[in-house]
Design a protein around this ligand. Structure first.
Ligand SMILES: [Fe+2]
Ligand SMILES: [Fe+2]
Length: 250
């Protein structure tokens, strides 16, 4: 583990050659405290999942540089178009001359063909990208957790699902990764934030991810999970199912 003492940004391996870069936001700045996590997948063609906000770029770049030269980055990916997901996208493109943004067809068409300083590469739902030693699959998840263009990546060799804002948890001091269920904390955060676009398709999209049987859930905000990822996704899907039915009945 490497830590930037001033910001508290830390970098920890969560499995072979996949690193979680986490910047805490203390309760004084955000009630309950919070974390912003980015993931570095080290391979022949290294990939960063979530760029982080523009203001976080120096901290995240410093963390990446502790593992490998930033200029080696080849792919930049994220879940949807929001500042914590992609605010620093063009800073990364400038720092890594070979880097290219990858995303789903919708995000490229609606936003990224215009926003990204170099043309992005649009992936189809279910398309895989061989990174050389690691292999990622793109999954469209429209409106889950929010935003039409949403999608996620699954790293197939380690069974790691990058869940983005799904399973968001409050708190700035939780463990990096653990085997205790993160569903209760995710439900508590959802009850506070209402961040998920609740639709009749929410649970079925989560159940589609469940079919991947992930061994690890790499979350954007909070503690990662290692274990039966399908059971975690089913528990969250069932809760959204009940919530949607209650909203329709209400
Ligand atoms: Fe988001
Ligand atoms: Fe987020």
């Amino acid at each position: 583990m490497i830590t930037n003492a001033e910001s508290g940004t830390r970098i920890d391996a969560i499995t072979d050659d996949i690193y979680r870069i986490s910047t805490p936001v203390p309760p004084a700045a955000l009630p309950g405290g919070f974390t912003f996590n980015q993931y570095l997948v080290v391979a022949e063609q290294p990939l960063l999942f979530h760029c982080g906000a523009r203001g976080l770029f120096p901290l995240v770049a410093q963390a990446v540089a502790a593992v490998m030269p930033v200029a080696r980055l080849r792919w930049i990916a994220f879940g949807h178009v929001e500042s914590d997901e992609c605010g620093s996208m063009n800073q990364w493109l400038a720092a890594a001359p070979q880097a290219q943004v990858i995303h789903g067809q919708i995000a490229c068409m609606v936003s990224l063909n215009d926003l990204a300083d170099r043309p992005p590469r649009a992936l189809s739902d279910g398309e895989t990208l061989d990174l050389g030693g690691k292999r990622v699959r793109w999954l469209d998840t429209p409106h889950v957790p929010h935003a039409w263009e949403s999608g996620l990546l699954f790293e197939e060799t380690t069974g790691t699902l990058f869940t983005g804002d799904i399973f968001t948890q409050l708190g700035d001091t939780g463990p990096v990764i653990g085997s205790a269920s993160i569903v209760p904390a995710a439900i508590a955060a959802e009850e506070g934030f209402n961040a998920t676009a609740l639709t009749p398709g929410t649970a079925s999209t989560l159940r589609r991810l469940k079919a991947l049987a992930p061994r690890r859930l790499a979350v954007m905000h909070g503690t990662c999970f290692e274990g039966d990822g399908a059971a975690e996704l089913e528990a969250l899907a069932a809760w959204f199912d009940r919530r949607c039915r209650a909203a329709l009945a209400g």
